[in-house]
Design a protein around this ligand. Structure first.
Ligand SMILES: C[S@@+](CC[C@H](N)C(=O)[O-])C[C@H]1O[C@@H](n2cnc3c(N)ncnc32)[C@H](O)[C@@H]1O
Length: 411
């Protein structure tokens, strides 16, 4: 198999495996409750739909069912997928663990809760009452059918799309391999959502325009710390075993929340130093006479959000991690480095020299923000065009201060 094809299939296999990573209760609780700090009524009188969630297993179902009254939900709908390989391994519905010792695999189901009350009379309405309610009210779960195109419970199936149309907020961790299609469906139906995805999705051509247009942003949980997930038993590269549940836990360093629900962090402006102070005090800039400028974009290079200059009105290139600090009232997002309309120069024949000294003709330099350097660096890949040397910055987003721009426009 050619290397490229082999890498692609390995990538797909990895994505398919990550489709079966299960979110921890505490991570859902932490994220959802951050929205309540900003607006306690975020979920009040809303229909919440978890559309990639086996209710037997999903901590999304458990969290929203257990906090139904606290959040003031109108309804909670959860649908499971026919193809789910671990369906029925959970504990909420013990009848699935009964029989000849082998677990039955339940078919795709929709489970709907429109109230949670004290079913067992112990004075509190909690997850035990949800279990009892579902045991007593078989009508609260209905089987989902396969349609012409999709298996039962597939988020794209006619029945699930009908449920989606009725929902106000969709909250889940969808299959990583279908993320583009998944978000597109939510956007097409004008839904509010809070979903987990991979940080690499930020620069997808289907996702970045939504971020740029302030129709999608990152959630509250710190984007740089990664997240821990419950993984299937056969998963070999796990991080630890949870002492309470005995389940294998893996760390995904590139996981984050994507949402269009408002939260407090995006209204906090970044506290920044002036350009002159950055050049005097900042780690990466100290000793330089000026910020580096790109050769192929009319912008300065800012290697970390901390070094954004508070008094610079032009375009700045910042790493993707800036988005975790982005306040849309403070900065406007102008594009991603592959927004070729922002490019001021195209390179023709280029030679790439990698760290080991290997030279090859490439066109890669056109995909990034390039800085011209006096001497070829010894510790990183560089490019040669017409005898000049260039280095390329890793994934840059272009931003501009909003207040100054707005002022300029008014003139
Ligand atoms: C990453 S797992 C997360 C499960 C659960 N939402 C959670 O966070 O614990 C994605 C889930 O989506 C299910 N799934 C895969 N393809 C699906 C589809 N086309 N429609 C609906 N669910 C799907 C998988 O079986 C899996 O249970």
């Amino acid at each position: 198999m050619a290397d490229k094809t082999k890498n692609e299939s390995l990538g797909k296999a990895k994505a398919a495996k990550q489709d079966e990573f299960y979110t921890q209760y505490v991570d859902i609780q932490k994220e959802v409750e951050s929205y309540l700090e900003f607006d306690p009524d975020t979920f009040r009188s809303k229909i919440v739909y978890c559309n990639c969630d086996d209710p037997f297993e999903s901590n999304f179902f458990k969290y929203f069912a257990a906090n139904f009254n606290k959040l003031g939900l109108k309804k909670l709908i959860t649908t499971s997928y026919d193809g789910s390989p671990i369906a029925g391994q959970g504990t909420l519905f013990p009848e699935y663990n009964e029989g000849n010792g082998k677990r039955q695999k339940p078919k795709a189901l929709a489970v709907t809760l429109d109230h949670v009350k004290d079913e067992d009379g112990d004075g509190a309405a909690n997850i035990d009452d949800v279990k009892l309610f579902l045991k007593r009210n078989k009508a609260a779960r209905i089987a989902l059918k396969t349609d012409d195109q999709y298996p039962g419970g597939d988020f794209r199936s006619a029945e699930c799309v009908a449920l989606l149309k009725d929902a106000d907020i969709v909250v889940t961790n969808p299959p990583f391999s279908l993320f583009r299609e998944y978000v597109a469906l939510l956007v097409e139906h004008g839904k509010k959502f809070l979903v987990i995805g991979n940080t690499n999705s930020i620069t997808y051509k289907e996702i970045f325009p939504l971020i740029k247009d302030n129709r999608l942003w990152l959630g509250c949980t710190n984007f740089n710390v990664g997240m821990f997930f419950e993984v299937p038993d056969e998963w070999e590269h796990f991080h630890h075993i949870d002492k309470e549940t005995g389940r294998k836990i893996a760390r995904v360093s590139t996981s984050c929340w994507y949402t269009n629900l408002d939260h407090g962090r995006r209204h906090n402006p970044l506290n920044l130093m002036t350009m002159a102070d950055n050049l005097r005090f900042s780690k990466n800039l100290r000793g330089k006479a000026a910020y580096d400028r790109y050769d192929n974009y009319d912008a300065i290079e800012v290697g970390t959000y901390k070094e954004i200059a508070s008094d610079y009105d032009g375009m700045m290139g910042v790493p993707v991690t800036f988005l975790a600090k982005h306040n849309p009232d403070q900065f406007e997002i102008l594009g991603y480095e592959k927004s070729y309309q922002l490019q001021t120069r195209k390179y023709e024949i280029q030679v790439q020299v990698d760290k080991s000294g290997k030279r090859s003709k490439v066109t890669k330099l056109n995909d990034g923000a390039a800085i011209k350097v006096d001497r070829p660096p010894t510790d990183q890949t560089y490019y040669i065009v017409d005898g000049e040397h260039y280095i390329q910055q890793y994934k840059r987003i272009f931003i501009q201060r909003r207040t100054q721009r707005a002022r300029g426009k008014k003139k």
